[in-house]
Design a protein around this ligand. Structure first.
Ligand SMILES: [Zn+2]
Length: 269
């Protein structure tokens, strides 16, 4: 089968009964093919050389965060620095890029979570149990540990514990499955020791952990990252998918970092 369109990050589904993760290729904001079914087959990926901004759709030469052009990155509320660093929320100062967007997106319940992706990382997300976020990060286990009324408050909690916990995933370790086995409980104790009384009231009393199984046939010992700008044609057997990466033995391709790229993808057979 052949698929053509502009790349977005893969859509993913979590099966709560089995813990299995399923990925779909997303072109032009639509799921076009189940990529788990392509594992073990030869996949050909070609980049046309054209890139389209995921915000405004304009043809551009290079992308910034998540496939945006420079003007979109500088103007869209979802690309503001306070989304990455929620403790710097400036809505109350009247300087939100789009105050209504802020009310609709940031002033909604948010979750503080732990994810076992390489080391254990702390993170925040809108909504309740963040399966989508864990799958994007390639976490093999996740646990929602706190429930806060809005993004700024969860961001302040995350910020106060972030000195003791990483908020980043080491993608090389994630892709080689070099993952820590330190119990989550140690991190919950650390959070309790750091948060103030008011913040602690938002911690979940009996947090539940979820395991995630990725469709990977064999983990590589070392990984080499591919880039479609430098290597616009890839034709290899797909050996797995984890996080937002396709694995071709030891060569890996981050689809999220290629959002906005116009591609063609063919699966053999
Ligand atoms: Zn744009």
């Amino acid at each position: 089968m052949d698929y053509n369109g502009t790349l977005r990050k893969m859509n993913n589904q979590y099966d709560e009964a089995t813990g299995d993760v399923t990925y779909h290729l997303n072109l032009d904001n639509e799921s076009v093919c189940n990529l788990n079914d392509a594992i073990g087959k030869e996949v050909t990926l070609s980049f046309s050389g054209k890139i389209f901004c995921t915000g405004c759709g304009k043809k551009i030469r290079k992308t910034y965060s998540d496939g945006l052009c420079y003007p979109c990155m500088m103007s869209l509320p979802q690309a503001d620095m306070c989304i990455l660093k929620p403790h710097t929320c400036h809505h109350h100062k009247g300087t939100c890029r789009d105050p209504q967007w802020g009310l609709d997106n940031c002033f909604k319940p948010h979750t503080l979570y732990l994810a076992r992706s390489s080391s254990i990382k702390i993170g925040i997300t809108r909504g309740t149990v963040p399966f989508g976020r864990w799958m994007d990060q390639g976490a093999i286990e996740g646990m929602a540990i706190g429930s806060f009324p809005n993004r700024r408050e969860v961001g302040l909690a995350e910020y106060s514990v972030s000195e003791k916990m990483s908020d980043k995933t080491n993608w090389r370790k994630m892709l080689t499955n070099d993952v820590t086995d330190v119990p989550f409980e140690d991190y919950i104790d650390m959070a309790k020791a750091t948060l103030d009384e008011e913040q602690k009231e938002h911690l979940i009393e009996e947090p539940k952990s979820y395991k995630l199984n990725y469709p990977v046939t064999a983990y590589p010992e070392k990984v080499k990252s591919c880039n479609l700008t430098k290597m616009p044609f890839i034709s290899k057997v797909l050996t797995g998918i984890k996080g937002q990466y396709l694995l071709f033995d030891n060569e890996v391709l981050n689809l999220r970092s290629h959002a906005g790229f116009e591609i063609g993808l063919t699966v053999e057979g």
